[in-house]
Design a protein around this ligand. Structure first.
Ligand SMILES: NC(=O)C1=CN([C@@H]2O[C@H](COP(=O)(O)OP(=O)(O)OC[C@H]3O[C@@H](n4cnc5c(N)ncnc54)[C@H](OP(=O)(O)O)[C@@H]3O)[C@@H](O)[C@H]2O)[C@@H](O)CC1
Ligand SMILES: Nc1ncnc2c1ncn2[C@@H]1O[C@H](COP(=O)(O)OP(=O)(O)O)[C@@H](O)[C@H]1O
Ligand SMILES: [K+]
Length: 549
């Protein structure tokens, strides 16, 4: 499991060490890790250090200090190093070390902007060390002009390495203040920053590499976590010798409509592929007919929710506002008190305040509509007081109403805000899928490929979540043993499903387009390979001294 923290949490964890006079030591560890990462990248490209060129964009704070100390270490190894001081001044000791090592220093001003832009663009490696966790807002003045020009003219073949975070990205939230240089690699210190694992920050972070600096013992509960193959191996269900189909979990599916029968089929296929003991489908004859044809394993009927014995419900995929009977079933499923995954058409039809065992699965557009709807409810006191102090609650992006763009620009804040308002577990779909429990646990999964953005892919995800809710919803001990608060298991189950969906999508794509049904087709094989993958990742981690975690 990868744990990520806000920049604020990391700074608090550094505090006792700074008070003990260890600031310089922390900075040496950080800059050594950064220099090592640059050396590895050059070597991986078959470049000799001698004669390679590195340009460091250095701000006037400690982030610039890290960049300059790292560049000094590189200069000592024969790398041609240039520093561009973006804030006029620089960390004094780091600048002195850089000059002693033979690095060339330039001050960025309006009159040097053109010349320095060209020089930076020619470097083999550009280290972005303008702003780190101490930044307020984005790049300003000539630093912004330099970044804008580098983005506009392109950096040629330069490798961009962000020091701690890409400058202009908010380490706490992943919000991005343009212009931001997109990094190929972010070398981050102490622990991963939450903003690097949430969009749009993740768009600019590239690969993330963590350099331990000795603050690990002071770190609090993580702001965000990410499951890896080993976690999937540990947490996914396996039938016991005496299992039978009912003990393995039965999922009730209320999805699809006369207009969208395919959504019912894809949700059922996702559920069947994710190991559920049985699927019972309730819906109109057109959709039931399609389900029977594609999935003869599914038991179809037009019964009521009350008369259907299941362990969990999936509701909403492929349903619209005119599907009154299906929407009533969706509301009944939520009333039943059983775990529910509520997708698409069910989202606008459910009560405003739900419970953690209800998992809502909006994409950004649907989340914007949900937030709008909650905002317009006169008793907006749906918000739990613990969340009214969250940055999102105060954010103008949501205070004045939300649209898709606002959600996409503030994904972490939006999903957290929605979970607080609804008291449900909320999974926000996208390139990075975020899951927020209404308590304190948040997950970020990014196991998929962009080819997953295809019609019906979300229906398969709903089926996978439903199948895992039915199988794992009552298995409190499994989560407790894995260090997950049983009350927070709904978020963990949704994150496991998102990870499986992403891995299956990656396999189904194999570098090319995919259709949603293929995600379900390959899922059992991917599930079976999770153990092999888990062992391989553990081996890779042992061979790399500083993995992302
Ligand atoms: N603490 C430690 O010992 C360790 C810290 N570490 C490293 O330190 C980094 C944090 O360093 P930091 O606190 O100095 O802040 P940093 O990110 O360099 O930025 C602040 C400077 O930028 C300026 N500035 C702010 N906003 C701005 C803007 N929008 N546009 C332009 N300028 C802006 C601001 O000036 P001001 O605006 O206040 O005048 C101030 O001068 C952290 O990310 C990690 O890399 C590691 O070495 C481990 C040990
Ligand atoms: N760019 C992307 N990279 C990786 N996964 C993506 C990307 N865009 C969408 N996805 C995933 O594809 C699925 C799309 O779901 P959704 O938007 O509900 O589609 P649909 O309604 O057509 O089924 C989600 O699981 C989402 O996380
Ligand atoms: K930076």
């Amino acid at each position: 499991m990868i744990s990520a923290y806000t920049g604020t949490q990391i700074r608090a964890a550094e505090e006792p060490l700074l008070a003990a006079g260890m600031g310089a030591v922390l900075m040496q560890r950080a800059s050594q890790g950064l220099a090592n990462a640059v050396i590895r990248e050059l070597q991986a490209r078959g470049r000799k250090l001698y004669g390679a060129s590195v340009a460091v964009l250095a701000g006037k704070g400690n982030n610039g200090g890290d960049g300059l100390f790292a560049a000094a270490l590189l200069a000592a190894r024969g790398v041609r190093t240039t520093a561009v001081l973006t804030g006029g001044a620089a960390h004094p000791e780091a600048l002195a070390a850089f000059e002693r090592a033979g690095g060339r220093v330039h001050i960025l001003t309006d009159s040097t902007l053109n010349r320095l832009t060209a020089e930076v663009a020619r470097a083999d490696v550009v280290i972005d060390a303008v702003l780190g966790t101490g930044a307020k807002g984005g790049l300003r003045g000539t630093a912004a002009a330099l970044a804008g020009r580098l983005l506009y003219s392109g950096l040629g073949g330069s490798l961009v390495v962000a020091c701690d975070v890409p400058s202009g990205m908010d380490a706490d939230t992943g919000e991005v203040h343009a212009p931001v240089l997109s990094a190929d690699l972010t070398v981050t210190f102490g622990a991963a920053k939450a903003g690097l694992l949430a969009d749009p920050g993740a768009d600019h972070a590239g690969r993330v590499h963590v350099v331990p600096i000795g603050i690990e013992e002071n770190l609090p509960w993580p702001a965000l976590r990410r499951f890896e193959a080993g976690d999937l191996f540990r947490l996914l269900p396996r039938p016991g010798r005496r299992s039978h189909k009912y003990s393995r979990g039965v999922l009730g599916v209320v999805a699809g409509s006369a207009d969208y029968p395919g959504a019912a089929v894809l949700a059922c296929r996702g559920a069947l592929a994710a190991g559920v003991g049985m699927v019972r489908y309730l819906g109109p004859p057109e959709a039931a007919q399609a389900v029977r044809q594609s999935c003869p394993e599914v038991v179809c009927s037009a019964s009521s929710v009350a008369d259907t014995h299941v362990q969990a419900w999936l509701v909403g995929s492929g349903m619209g506002p005119s599907d009154a009977e299906q929407l009533q079933r969706a509301r009944d499923a939520v009333e039943s008190g059983l775990p529910v995954i509520a997708d698409a058409g069910a989202l606008p039809a459910l009560p405003a305040v739900l419970a953690p065992h209800v998992v809502l699965t909006p994409h950004a557009g649907e989340l914007a509509s949900l937030l709008e709807r909650l905002r317009s409810i006169p008793d907006g006191s749906a918000a739990d007081s613990r969340f009214t102090e969250s940055p999102a609650a105060e954010s103008p992006a949501f205070g004045q109403g939300a649209d898709r763009a606002a959600v996409e620009a503030h994904t972490l804040g939006a999903v957290r805000y929605a979970a607080g308002l609804t008291e449900a577990t909320v999974l926000l779909k996208g390139a990075t899928t975020l899951v927020a429990s209404p308590f304190q646990d948040f997950y970020s999964q990014a196991d998929g490929v962009p080819w997953l953005a295809s019609a019906g892919s979300g229906d398969v995800l709903a089926g996978i979540i439903g199948a895992l809710l039915a199988q794992l919803g009552s298995d409190v001990g499994r989560f407790r043993d894995a260090g997950i608060d049983p009350d927070e298991r709904w978020a963990a189950i949704a994150a496991l499903a998102a990870s499986l969906h992403g891995l299956a999508g990656t396999t189904a794509s194999a570098g090319g387009p995919l259709t949603a049904g293929r995600i379900a087709d390959v899922l059992p094989e991917v599930w079976g390979k999770v153990s092999t993958l888990s062992i391989r990742l553990a081996q890779e981690r042992n061979s790399h001294p500083h993995p992302l975690r």
